[in-house]
Design a protein around this ligand. Structure first.
Ligand code: FAD
Length: 398
């Protein structure tokens, strides 16, 4: 396989790079570099800058408002976005529910929900996990009971990312308990302003508020908000999870982190010696750089199969495992490289130990929050143990 980019691709890269250097909001890039969490307004400003160029729904088909870019162009775009230190798009609308809507919903539902995702006026949350149902998601019990033209929804969803910003939530709900557990699940979209919904924050070890639990108490949801058929939600959910798991690679972001680590190790001295001169450190750095190259090739292979018309299949589980393990190991080496510079862990806290003007090596400010936050990567989107079960069954046939 030839993975080099064509001249046209390289010209495309220069055009995208120019946009990020000259048109993309600088204040957001600077805020991210200082390790602060993006606000809802930041997400919207970032996404509207992309939307104004027609570059927001990178992976969608052109007919549904996407870019119609080739797999290589999408990849180059992601690389340049992360290279610039810009904000990744909020995945729940653009990467997760958007493809489900344009693939499985009615024309009326498309007209209703897709424009708000495309111009970043509507925020979505993903309501799958429940207190007793995570890995064994099909055991979920948050219920939707039919009542005329509505469903009445009762129960709790948990670990719901960015629900505090969400206008809508897409949920997997139990409509039937009589057959196989995968069969009685229905996919409903719920307006977060509906009476009976409460969002409760969960603060994580990195000091951030991204997670929530969401409770539903007799919430009335029109049947018109159902995607596809009643009881077939599991099929749509599986389609979505394939898309979700291929979105974890973030190759360029990882390259940037490794470059920052290398630069710090080459320039900062501790006890009169540079870290880069320590053979043990060099071995770890080389190992991570090599694994990143391998990840990049795996992503390109997956993209090529999607470009040929396939949905991301079981190979997205491979990607999820190697990308998230690598993310964790890179942030761990970052802690070693940034050392005392990484001490003030939480840029968002009321009294950080350093100010935004303090001279820090690049990458040091967000290092600890990144290290702690990366622990969650092997849990969300289906834990890595579960991905390994999928790999052993469906790819290795064990
Ligand atoms: C930061 C973060 C963001 C999230 N965002 C969302 C969101 O927006 N929406 C949403 O719906 N959910 C979200 N989740 C939830 C996530 O999908 C679940 O946490 C995940 O599926 C694991 O479920 P659980 O937490 O219930 O753990 P459990 O299923 O209880 O698993 C506990 C441990 O046991 C292991 N285990 C379980 N079963 C097996 C098995 N059969 N074989 C081997 N090992 C097994 C798991 O790998 C894990 O290590 C998020 C989670 C995190 C951490």
């Amino acid at each position: 396989m030839d993975f080099s980019f064509s001249k046209a691709d390289e010209e495309f890269r220069l055009m995208v790079r120019d946009f990020f250097e000259r048109e993309y909001p600088r204040d957001i890039v600077e805020k991210m570099a200082r390790g602060h969490s993006p606000s809802k307004a930041d997400y919207q400003k970032s996404e509207r800058a992309l939307s104004a160029k027609g570059w927001l729904a990178v992976n969608w088909p052109k007919a549904d408002g996407g870019t119609g870019w080739t797999a290589n162009q999408k990849y180059i775009f992601d690389e340049e976005l992360e290279r610039a230190g810009a904000l990744n798009v909020v995945p729940m609308g653009l990467l997760y529910v958007g493809p489900v809507i344009y693939t499985f919903s009615t024309e009326e539902q498309k007209r209703r929900w897709l424009p708000g995702i495309l111009d970043s006026t509507t925020f979505w949350a993903q309501g799958y996990s429940e207190p007793g149902s995570g890995s064994d998601l099909a055991s979920l019990q948050c219920a939707a009971v039919r009542d005329g033209d509505d469903y009445i929804v009762t129960g709790t969803k948990i670990w719901t990312s960015l629900a505090q910003h969400a206008d809508w939530i897409f949920c997997l709900l139990r409509t039937d308990n009589s057959g196989k557990k995968q069969e009685g699940i229905t996919f409903l979209c719920i307006d977060m302003k509906t009476p009976g919904i409460a969002v409760n924050p969960i603060i994580t070890i990195d000091g951030k508020h991204s997670l929530n639990s969401v409770t539903f108490e007799d919430v009335r949801v029109p049947v018109a908000n159902r995607i596809g058929e009643e009881g077939k939600g599991w099929t749509y959910a599986n389609y979505l999870l394939g898309h979700e798991r291929t979105s974890y690679a973030h190759v360029a972001g990882k390259r940037k982190q490794l470059a920052d680590i290398r630069m710090t190790a080459e320039n900062v001295e501790a006890d009169g010696a540079r870290l880069i001169d320590d053979p043990a450190f060099r071995v770890k750095l080389a190992d991570l750089e090599t694994r990143l190259d391998a990840l990049e090739l795996t992503v390109l292979r997956t993209l090529a199969s999607v470009a040929e018309g396939g949905a991301p299949g079981n190979e997205s589980s491979i990607l999820k495992v190697i990308a998230t393990e690598l993310a964790q190991d890179i942030t761990e080496l970052g802690m070693e490289a940034f050392g005392p510079y990484a001490l003030p862990a939480f840029p968002d806290s009321a009294a950080p130990l350093w100010t935004d003007n303090a001279p820090l090596p690049p990458g040091a400010a967000p290092a600890v929050a990144r290290y702690l936050g990366a622990r969650a990567q092997s849990i969300y989107g289906g834990s890595n143990e579960i991905q390994k079960n999928i790999l052993s069954r469906r790819i290795l046939g064990l």
